[in-house]
Design a protein around this ligand. Sequence first.
Ligand SMILES: *Cc1c(COP(=O)(O)O)cnc(C)c1O
Length: 421
Amino acid sequence: MQTQILERMESDVRTYSRSFPVVFTKAQNARLTDEDGREYIDFLAGAGTLNYGHNNPHIKQALLEYLAEDNIIHGLDFWTAAKRDYLEALEEIVLKPRGLDYKVQFPGPTGTNAVEAAIRLARNAKGRHNIVTFTNGFHGVTMGALATTGNRKFREATGGVPTVGGSFLPFDGYMGEGTDTLDYFEKLLGDKSGGLDVPAAVIVETVQGEGGINVAGLDWLKRLERICRDHDILLIADDIQAGCGRTGKFFSFEHAGITPDIVANSKSLSGLGLPFAQVLMRPELDVWKPGQYNGTFRGFALAFTTAAAALRTYWADDAFEQEVARKGEVVAKRFQKIAGMLNELGFEATERGRGLMRGIDVGSGDIADKITHKAFENGLVIETSGQDGEVVKCLCPLTITDEELARGLDILETSAREALS
Ligand SMILES: *Cc1c(COP(=O)(O)O)cnc(C)c1O
């Protein structure tokens, strides 16, 4: 495999190619192939951008037809038939059946863009600057979003410029079992000298992806919504990673029966790994003036096309939700078994997650790395998350076949044993 030019020319900032130092060529659903023809099961799925698998045939077909007909491709926020078609699909298939009434903003095509837009909108709508965010939250790395991202690795990479406008509070479970961390939030809100600037909004991931698959309890999320309503604070769901079916529902907050004021989606939204993001907002929050938030690539017609195809293919009924729930149970059971095996080998390990967003906390980044490196040698692409990379995390395509899923889990189990015994 020829990697010299990649090593020589690409900036040291590159990340995933360090964990998986091969040249990938082909991919199909949950399988990746490298240039030497070696196959891998994919439990990373483009960091959760490929919930419907690599080269999904239904979604790709829509793209090929769109391209073949000389339809407009560029990315400006023109009105296009592709945009109209996507909005129709979003309204009919996702919003109406869930009783949700949102307007849609298309920011630039990345997650951090959607978060920037969401928090700026919240500030303008409420006339307050502060955004409450949670320990281990990850919301992107541009300056505004970074102020709500916990990890020091990213926060210290600004060249010394401080991030402003975010206040961190403990996420659910952060203080250990038996402490409801929202007691602290409520106490601060009621305390005029508690030091918390009354926030415009709270931003939350219902399951923290990069932060280590930390799962917010459904009652905790309900209480968070109630606190926000009681204090005239907006609730922003960052559903960039947990959305698009990853936890078993289209929106991860559906499990808790809550309705955020603002929602950010990206990652798997296009369905084919194309860059695409959206911000959903309650209609009365749409205080933007024309062009007040802009960006060149706010209307990528190819992504509208594939995103609409993904909605029509997978979300017209609840069969897909049930499939994700079923496979999520398969992963949960096996992860519990692997955690138990690690306990027997003398390592602390626990399983957690929701739907097909699951992890095994093995206590340290070193141990997690040993397992994932061995897994890669054995033909499985899998990554870690958490403050120290201590959580081995499964983000396999939701469309993975039962056979591929079982094979990936077998490889992980064998690799964990080989790496640690
Ligand atoms: C990935 C991610 C982001 C940032 O998205 P980018 O496209 O990398 O900017 C924000 N929030 C969450 C929850 C994410 O997982």
